[in-house]
Design a protein around this ligand. Sequence first.
Ligand code: 5RP
Length: 225
Amino acid sequence: MDLKKMVGIEAAKSVQTGMIVGLGTGSTAFYMVEEVGRRIKEENLKIVGVTTSKKTEAQAIELGIPLKSIDEVPYVDLTIDGADEISSDFHGIKGGGAALLFEKIVASYSKEIIWIVDASKMVKQLGKFPLPVEVVPYGSQQLLRLFEEKEMHPVLRKNLTNDKTLVTDGGHYIIDLHLDSIPDPLALGTWLDSTVGVVEHGLFLSMVNKVIVGYNDGPKILEVK
Ligand code: 5RP
């Protein structure tokens, strides 16, 4: 079975009736959302979903998953989402699918967070995957210059389908920093947090409770202490 599908289905087992569930974004989260939809139809599972992107929202509506916005719920019981890289100390990079802002907002109000990845996403140190930084369009060229000066190798993200600048669900741009390695994610995250014009960044530090990793011989569940 496809590793992304395997971990998506495995993670959906943690969803229980009565829960408010954060539904992540991306090609791995896609399978989890499909499985939650199947369980609603076939197993009478009763949940409320909170989506992290317009794309996941469209999928969830299609599947008949009842939805509320993050502002309509007091908290989220469990969020299941993908990730682009996870370090050996369980920090993560997210935002490859451009949904990092809404994903981080939903994650911030979640009691439990599960990340689902195939084994290739598990790394010793973060940084080979370009770090997405969501920025306000106004002044974004200045930010590109700033990141360039700091030798962070910034690239303004474009749509895959045309040459236009990608605009996120929140109406912002994404600058990908090609850093190669991030020896101190906390320091970098703190600096980005304090940089004017940066809305959010893809460093998800000390946020995850459980990681489900897909291997060819089955899923492995890693509990984060
Ligand atoms: C979207 C994300 C995704 O969860 C991340 O990019 C992983 O995606 P995929 O499962 O398609 O590899 O952070 O913003």
